[in-house]
Design a binder for this molecule. Sequence first.
Ligand SMILES: C=CC1=C(C)c2cc3[nH]c(cc4nc(cc5[nH]c(cc1n2)c(C)c5CCC(=O)O)C(CCC(=O)O)=C4C)c(C)c3C=C
Ligand SMILES: [Fe+2]
Ligand SMILES: [Fe+2]
Length: 344
Amino acid sequence: MTHQPQQLPADHPPVNSGNIAVLLVNLGTPDAPDTKSVKRYLAEFLSDRRVVEIPPIAWQPILRGIILNTRPKKSAHAYSQVWTEDGSPLAAITRAQAEKLQPMLGAPETGGVKVDWAMRYGNPSIQSRIEALMADGCERILLAPLYPQYSGATTATVVDKAAETLGKMRWQASLRTLPPYHDDPAYIGALASDLGAQLDALDFTPEVLLLSFHGMPQRTLELGDPYHCHCRKTARLLEDRLARPDLRILITFQSRFGPAKWLEPATDTTIGLEADAGTKRMAVATPGFSADCLETLEEIAIQGREQFLDAGGEHFATLACLNDRPEGMAMLETIVRRELSGWI
Ligand SMILES: C=CC1=C(C)c2cc3[nH]c(cc4nc(cc5[nH]c(cc1n2)c(C)c5CCC(=O)O)C(CCC(=O)O)=C4C)c(C)c3C=C
Ligand SMILES: [Fe+2]
Ligand SMILES: [Fe+2]
């Protein structure tokens, strides 16, 4: 799919809506970094049939009998290492993105679009925010799953949840959904300039840059999920735009879960192989995550670093996600305005 730049000009007046809302949605996170909260969150997340595609009759006993009795304690420890005074980084950054996007789209009181945020699992839930927006008079909602690369386990399940909420209503709001933006020039451009600036600010020159995307079971690719292809296309376009011929750029997949075969090459395996082959200076970017979270701040920045340095590496840097920094916000404004232009 090609994208024509169609965004409204930067000096466009606040969109005259009154009744339009944008709901930013990301994956979700526990309410607190303790075993009980993580257990509640993982029970909801891992019971989603879009996420674990094993029939419930076979999966639920494994989930309830084994996983929810072991993983929450380990994961709670990992969360406690990245928790901030504003709570989970993923929720805090998604909230900041919504708060910064609001004035960019105009104040709702003066006819601008209302911006809100939700989490697919945990709080604030999609249902609670859709209900609140509608109670506030919003009749049209642009649902924006903040996943650049589409997958059934992320983008589709956000849309399912919103549809489930509307499914209980007699008088529904109208819904649009933000398409995946893995190859959008606004996204690739924002990443290239932001990552380029982060690379230039390092106190060492990396030999290799890993573009580490969240993994998925290999079977989802075979069943037709475009996620793997979207990640590869992002990586190819980003490599072109970064234009750093002296930097070796590799695509990898992180966060393997369970015994099934996942997309390869795995990030941790690649870190080990690179160190064994004598690479001393490595940087890792995570372009598939719109916000820093457990998977970037703990798995890469803590575990990945330790693995690389223990195996003989000398310099390791984790580059930040776009988060709520100016490049990321300008990108979000562009892709959201383009969708809103169908309504205004
Ligand atoms: C960015 C896209 C993501 C895809 C694709 C994805 C697939 C996927 N994830 C799991 C299992 C877990 N993921 C966990 C955390 C997590 N996953 C994503 C994003 C994607 N997941 C994010 C942003 C986060 C971080 C959440 C946070 O609170 O910071 C976890 C929980 C943590 C843990 O216990 O390790 C699990 C479990 C599967 C099975 C899957 C694909 C089918
Ligand atoms: Fe995940
Ligand atoms: Fe992880």
